[in-house]
Each structure stands twice: as C-alpha cells, then as structure tokens.
Design a protein around this ligand. Structure first.
Ligand SMILES: [Fe+2]
Length: 182
C-alpha cells in the first residue's frame, strides 16, 4: 500500500494543500514511530502506523480551511470522520478508524451531543495502541502556520488540550505516562 498514491487522487499536483498535508503527515509518522518504540511490550505495528500517519488527514480538502489551501464546504472538525469514509471506500477499514479517532484526544458521543458538534453522534476516541499513537503524535505538529516542522514542547501541547477540558488533559497526561514522558 502506497499512501501517496491514494493522497494524489484527491489533491492537485503542486497544490498548497498537498504540500502541507504531506509535510505534516511525514512529521506525524516520524513522531509516531518514535513513540511506538517507547512501548515495545504493546507490540505496535510499525508499517501500519506509518501508513495510517500518512493518511490520517486525507479528508482536509473537503473542509473550509483556506489558510492551508482547503476550500471544501465542511467544518474542519469533520475531516476525521470524512477521512474514515474515504479510507473505507479505498478498502482500508483499519486506517479509516485511525482517521476518525485522531481529532483532539478523541471525541466522545457525549461531547458531540453536549456541544452540538457537526458530527455523527458516535464514539470517536482512539482505542487500539496504533490509533492512540497516531493521535498522540499528531498533537505535536501544527499544519501550516509559520513553523509546521517544529515539534511543540509537551507543555505547549498540554496547554492547548486543556482548553477543551480537564478530562481531555487527563487523557493526554495518561498517554504521556504510557509513553514515558513522566
Ligand atoms: Fe487532523
């Protein structure tokens, strides 16, 4: 499976969105593989982690995010579950769940109902170790902006997650412990 071949079906060659998507996805893949190395006892699958990292944001082109070259009509938060649809249609159901479950530290059906999010009201939290690793690694890199290649310090990531609630920060802190950050 060659992730770039699938990505190139949806993104025009040379486009800003393609450049930012592939740059971000490669950075996430690197961090995800490094993270996988911290938990050998859980036997995460490195080939799958690489592919899923490359594909987790494949649906951003369907959303309205002009600063990163995306001119779709869906809210940005929808790119996770829309990515699931694309990847399921491509015959990649396992990768599809990584896409659906990587937004924030995962979104619960309760979050969707409570906040009236424009998402199908189902559980979208990462469960397998590979789903957790890609979601975790993604939080260390922005897309676009001035310095997309810069890895955010842990405290900066924690502050941005804390804006969504103490419960979300507790999830992330649990992952920091799991991956040996403290
Ligand atoms: Fe994303």
């Amino acid at each position: 499976m060659e992730p770039l071949e699938l990505i190139e079906k949806f993104y025009p060659p040379g486009s800003l969105s393609l450049r930012l998507l592939t740059e971000h996805s490669r950075l996430v893949a690197g961090k995800a593989l490094e993270t996988a190395g911290k938990v050998p006892h859980l036997a995460p699958d490195p080939d799958f982690i690489f592919e899923a990292s490359m594909l987790h944001d494949i649906a951003i082109f369907l959303t309205g995010a002009p600063s990163i070259g995306c001119h779709g009509d869906k809210p940005y938060i929808c790119h996770g579950y829309l990515g699931r649809e694309i990847l399921e249609n491509a015959g990649l159901p396992r990768h599809a769940l990584v896409a659906e479950r990587h937004v924030g530290v995962g979104i619960t059906a309760g979050d969707i109902r409570t906040h009236g999010l424009p998402l199908p009201a189902r559980d979208m939290t990462p469960r397998s170790i590979e789903e957790i690793i890609v979601c975790f690694a993604d939080k260390f890199y922005s897309k676009g902006g001035k310095t997309p290649a810069r890895e955010k310090p842990v405290e900066e990531v924690r502050r941005s997650i804390a804006r969504y609630g103490e419960d979300k920060l507790a999830v992330f802190d649990g992952w920091l412990r799991l991956f040996g950050h403290f």
